[in-house]
Design a protein around this ligand. Structure first.
Ligand code: FES
Length: 253
């Protein structure tokens, strides 16, 4: 059973409309974390008992830091966004099963949408070989320059056409025809479903990080269950504990 830890806030600043970047000093989590995992953040409000699950964007094992990029979506994250450098915040993690990186695989396709983009950055850092990145946003993109540190093939789509092509990541895939052996994707469910279907049509393996409403974040409450294939049958799996990353063949949409 994971326990709560205290982290020191090293940075907490707005990077886009409603989006914040937080740097935390919490060596125990940084030492164990891998791409695609998340942590529970506990707001200081006594009336909000449930933690906020936030994916890990970057890990600095040497310094013992983790970076989070989070959206302000309610009272808890609004309070967290007002915390200051030097403040202490309670956290738990690393939680969940992240992406699997295999040295055998040389062609990588990263596909992210909206708040699903941040956990893909630490993954991009860890991959070797050819990599292309397809990111979709409603309007304002985030982390684009950070992804460009690892590949010059970064393609953007926005719904309003303000940045990159007007449309979504599936449009980007259809116009770019990327080649690769493995897709890694995180974003809203309709996007992941379309990515899974594109991957199947193109016979490419895919690891999909599901976004699901969570409560406990540690496998105890069953709020986050999804249906997953199991041989010729199916079973419920917990996105927080069995995932959030699943193989595309496992997911029942
Ligand atoms: Fe409670 Fe997943 S959020 S079991």
């Amino acid at each position: 059973m994971k326990k709560k830890l205290t982290a020191i806030i090293k940075k907490n600043q707005q990077i886009a409309h409603g989006m914040f970047e937080m740097l935390l000093s919490v060596g125990e989590i940084a030492a164990l974390a891998s791409p695609g995992q998340f942590i529970n953040l506990y707001s200081n409000r006594k009336d909000l008992l449930l933690p906020r699950p936030i994916s890990i964007c970057e890990i600095d094992k040497e310094k013992g830091f983790i970076k989070l990029v989070y959206a302000v979506v309610g009272k808890g994250t609004s309070d967290i966004s007002k915390m200051h450098v030097g403040d202490i915040i309670e956290v738990m993690g690393p939680l969940g099963n992240g992406f699997t990186i295999s040295k055998e695989i040389k062609g990588h396709i990263i596909i992210g949408g909206g708040i699903g983009v941040p956990p893909l950055l630490e993954l991009a850092k860890g991959l070797t070989g050819e990599m292309s990145v397809y990111l979709g946003f409603r309007c304002e993109p985030i982390l684009v320059e950070e992804f460009k540190k690892y590949t010059d093939k970064v393609y953007i789509a926005t719904e309003d056409g303000g940045w990159g092509i007007k449309g979504n990541v599936i449009g980007l895939l259809k116009s770019n025809h990327p080649k690769g052996e493995m897709i890694y994707s995180c974003g809203p469910k309709p996007m992941l479903k379309a990515v899974a279907s594109w991957a199947e049509d193109n016979d490419i393996k895919a690891q999909l990080s599901l976004e699901e409403r969570m409560a406990c974040g540690i496998g105890a409450c069953l709020v986050c269950t999804c249906k997953a294939k199991d041989n010729n049958d199916w079973q419920y799996k917990r996105v927080c504990k069995d995932g959030p990353v699943f193989l595309r063949e496992e997911v029942i949409w």
